[in-house]
Design a protein around this ligand. Structure first.
Ligand SMILES: NC(=O)c1ccc[n+]([C@@H]2O[C@H](COP(=O)([O-])OP(=O)(O)OC[C@H]3O[C@@H](n4cnc5c(N)ncnc54)[C@H](O)[C@@H]3O)[C@@H](O)[C@H]2O)c1
Length: 307
């Protein structure tokens, strides 16, 4: 299949593009290599990938790429990610995550790209107390601009699937980590800081929980979603085993053989207490079955980091 991957120089995008190439798909990428985090890391992620340096909000450029490539599948992963940064720049988040998504959906309609897999986020569940989070739970209470834009992206996808018969699956990812991970997220940020002997900022008392999901497990879910098109589905991809922040920190300490210096700060606006994925639907529809424990995943992350 010919697959166009947006956000191909990013963390999940580059891992997905490489997995698709490895199994014989023809893969093209789109990424604007913005400086939300180190551009060098994105350049490295994109080595050996065929990536167009284009902004997904540039409608004319997107139209041209779709006309030239005529892909079979769009894997849409480009976004401004990160809850806290969305509070600082909500309009940018809206432009990329909502307008950019709309431009891509419209390009799919116009150029007959009938299969789409699109990234959403566990953040759409807000601070809900009911666990685990399942796809039928309410998502009317986002607590950050980022969460609101990801929910809006799902709504647009639903409308396009209904209006034009596009087959779209929105995947709600839960705290993805692993080699070449995002440097703004706790697993890699803490690994770097603890290794360098720097103080880490821990928001809250360390008991907040995340359903940390290893990148290889997420990629297996993405690939399966590409291979199993549905008219419209929203599917959680998590690990189904939330862990406390203090457990994440102690696991990193153990693997580095170093102790963390911790500054405790209040929980931040936009941060939720817990994420916890119900993955029954992913198991049933995609045969999804995450394999990697936090201990195994952090060991792989730290080994990659040391190299
Ligand atoms: N990593 C996670 O834990 C997580 C959790 C939930 C959802 N997600 C979603 O998964 C997707 C991938 O996230 P990631 O962690 O790989 O993030 P990432 O920041 O590493 O990757 C996103 C990529 O999109 C590119 N991009 C951003 N704006 C663009 C634009 N206007 N035009 C073209 N390219 C643009 C960036 O340069 C980057 O390379 C995103 O949609 C994100 O919202 C990620």
């Amino acid at each position: 299949m010919k697959i166009l991957v947006t956000g191909a120089a990013g963390f999940i995008g580059s891992h997905s593009a490489k997995a698709l190439l490895a199994r014989g798909d023809t893969v093209y990428g789109i990424d604007n290599f913005n400086d939300y985090y180190e551009v060098e890391q994105k350049e490295k992620n994109a080595e050996n990938l065929n990536v167009f340096r284009v902004d997904i909000c540039d409608e004319a450029a997107i139209d041209k790429i779709f006309a030239e490539l005529q892909p079979d599948v769009l894997l849409h992963l480009a976004a401004r990610a990160g809850v806290r940064a969305s509070i600082a720049d909500p309009v940018l988040y809206h432009n990329v995550n909502v307008l950019g998504t709309n431009i891509l959906l419209d390009a799919c309609r116009k150029h007959g790209v009938g299969r789409i897999v699109s990234a959403s986020s566990s953040s759409v569940y807000g601070n809900q107390k009911k666990t685990p989070f399942s796809e039928t739970d309410e998502t009317e209470n986002p607590i950050s601009p980022y969460a609101a834009t990801k929910r809006a992206g799902e709504s647009l996808a639903y409308a396009y699937s209904k209006m034009y018969g596009l087959q779209i699956t929105c995947l709600r990812f839960f705290t993805v980590y692993g080699p070449s991970g995002r440097p703004d997220m706790a697993p890699l940020m803490f690994t770097k800081a603890i290794d360098a002997g720097e103080t880490i900022k821990r928001f809250g008392d360390g008991t907040s929980m995340r359903d940390y999901t290893f990148i290889d497990d997420i990629v297996s879910g993405i690939v399966s979603a590409i291979d199993h098109p549905f008219n419209f589905e929203i599917i959680n991809l998590g690990n189904n085993k939330p862990e406390e922040l203090r457990v994440l920190i102690s696991t990193i300490e153990k693997n580095l053989g170093k102790s963390a210096k911790i500054e405790e700060l209040p929980m931040q606006p936009g941060d939720v207490e817990m994420t916890y994925a119900d993955i029954t639907k992913a198991q049933k529809l995609l045969g999804y079955n995450p394999q990697t424990t936090l201990e195994q995943g952090i060991e792989k992350l730290v080994n990659w980091y040391k190299k």
